[in-house]
Design a protein around this ligand. Structure first.
Ligand code: CUA
Length: 180
């Protein structure tokens, strides 16, 4: 407690206690270990996505997404008739976020690599890919580009995990991964 000034006003000229030195050294060493672990675990742990981010206007992003959908839609799905798009393996693919949907549904091939572009048309949304543990924040005016290679066929859900208004809980998208 330092309600009252210390007895010895010039306390910083006192010799440092042994135990104090010890704690300073422990704290320093530990902080250095943590510091090195960040880049090390990014590479060795394979837990974080190596993603890229670029500036892009929402209209431009929507144009590219629509162009892809127009070219590669294979069918429609659900009550809303949302297009299911099957783009060629190895290509750039797009999914846009807006109140309150992920558009369109993507159908990808197992063991193929894609560059997935994500951006928002309006507010901040959260791209959470289930059942994988992948989370990305999706903002308007920026596109996130993630290189993905699905290694398991099946159905994936894209759940919005940033609160974005009254329809937030209904904002669920879909990615199908099929064997080829
Ligand atoms: Cu979009 Cu919550």
């Amino acid at each position: 407690m330092s309600i009252f000034p210390p007895e010895k006003r010039i306390w910083w000229k006192e010799p440092i206690e042994r135990s104090e030195i010890l704690w300073i050294v422990i704290a320093l060493v530990w902080s250095l270990i943590m510091f090195v672990m960040m880049p090390y675990w990014h590479i060795a742990g394979e837990q974080n996505l190596s993603n890229e981010a670029y500036r892009i206007r929402p209209e431009v992003f929507a144009e590219r997404t629509e162009a892809m959908a127009e070219k590669y839609t294979v069918r429609e799905e659900g009550d809303t008739g949302i297009p299911v798009v099957h783009p060629p393996a190895g290509s750039d693919i797009y999914m846009l976020a807006r109140l309150w949907e992920w558009w369109p549904v993507l159908e990808l091939e197992k063991d193929q690599t894609y560059r997935l572009h994500l951006s928002s048309m309006d507010y901040q949304h959260g791209f959470s890919l289930l059942p994988e543990n992948i989370n990305l924040q999706i903002h308007p005016d920026y596109e996130m580009v993630v290189t993905i290679k699905p290694n398991r066929s099946g159905e994936y859900s894209v759940v919005c995990n940033e609160f974005c208004g009254i329809g937030h809980h209904t904002m669920v998208g879909r990615i199908h991964v099929v064997d080829k």
